[in-house]
Design a protein around this ligand. Sequence first.
Ligand SMILES: [Fe+2]
Length: 297
Amino acid sequence: MQTIDHAAAVRCETSSGAGSALLSFDESTFAECFSRRPFLIEHRLADHPLFEMERILELSRALPESCIEYNAGDLPLSIDLSRTPRNGLSVEETLRRIESCRSWMVLKYVEQNAAYRELLEECLSLVRLHSEPIVPGMSNAQAFVFVTSPGSVTPYHIDPEHNFLLQVRGSKTVRMLDGSDREILSDEELEGFYSDAGRNLEFDETHRKKGWKFLLAGGMGLHFPVTYPHWVQNGAEVSVSFSITFRTPDLDKRQALYRTNARLRRFGLKPAPPGRSAWRDELKFQGYRVVRRLLRK
Ligand SMILES: [Fe+2]
């Protein structure tokens, strides 16, 4: 396992206006690693008023209930999302007692709120300059605020979007595995994920020493390539982090291909994974779109 800490991994040569940009990263690292390998960046959100507890409470009251997910924070690495234990508290109680209530909370799609949307857009405008040449078509910008108790664990899982996790306060240890290695993340697991089987995966202990380990402190951020498996352990203080995500058209195609393959597998076939044959992928994708259109009528 590669352990990467701040001093060793971040050589931030601010790309736009030294010290003034909300995000800063090394341009050549971005070009080499984006969407292929995790890498560290820096940000200037540590003292941002949108992440003060009273402001987060206000946000929680304004968001629809369906956009707040929270549960007990003392979790094993592998757990089915539907079996995750509750903490027995309301959203407001959880936030007010976050230091001691051993809980994990995410406020989802906070771009619904104008102030958070503005911040998200400002951050992503810096990312876009460098991501477009690699994966064009940034869309579906979304943001999430995570508030977690000391020692909380985010179980082993994958996510569907391009993501930067910005650590605002407290610290986290993130362990990530190579999601392009099919011995670590199988095609069947990806088919299940894209067919709505949930984000959590069964952790295989034999992989524990593989991949990367990042120690994130306030002011640091980490890029998560799409569907690279990871789990997170909070440090000894309350943690607040801001996740900025987006999609690109290639991800919609990827989702369609894995969904199609899941269906083919249910019919007893052994479908070729995406990426093996461009013409076959295109045929499946067009077939998927036709079926979707017919089902919508
Ligand atoms: Fe995640």
